[in-house]
Design a protein around this ligand. Sequence first.
Ligand code: HEM
Length: 153
Amino acid sequence: MNEFLAGIEQLAIVRGLKASFFAYPIVNALHIMSIGALLTSVWLMDLRILGAFRSLPQAAFIALLRRTAFAAFAGALVTGSLLFSVRASEYAAMPIFLAKMTLILVAGGNFLVFMRRAKGGDEPAGGTAILAVLSLVLWTSVLFAGRFIGFLN
Ligand code: HEM
């Protein structure tokens, strides 16, 4: 495992990322941009499910935000993996990084359960309020865990 992680750090693209003055800050900024879009879409979607913005049609509103959340998560995944690759061995040994990855898995699982209940854009069935609250707590915790990585290493 250690060799695998050290191997990631030696990939040409990763060495280029380390060597360039611009590349890492740009990837970091794109990670923050993706996170901002993800958290905004998740919060708006969950608040709508919990009864806010009732004047907006629920199915269309949620369908738009779901697409936004998927795209934003894809961006966070790509940019986050690039940030990880620069110090893969170090991050993989950090409890706060592992906590963040676990939270992402749980939040993603919660999102998939919610999507199954919402049946692809229809009015979400009853019982989704608890999933919406969980989603708010989990994704916000991912955000905090991500920010703490920089302070606990
Ligand atoms: C999906 C896979 C993801 C991976 C592999 C990943 C990985 C990383 C890495 C390695 C860092 C740099 C940590 C440092 O040294 O400061 C970072 C920063 C951060 N990540 Fe992620 N991340 C992912 C997704 C997310 C998501 C979904 C969120 C929020 C919901 C998030 C929130 C943050 C925050 C707030 C920072 C600190 C940015 C800064 O202040 O510079 N990450 N991430």
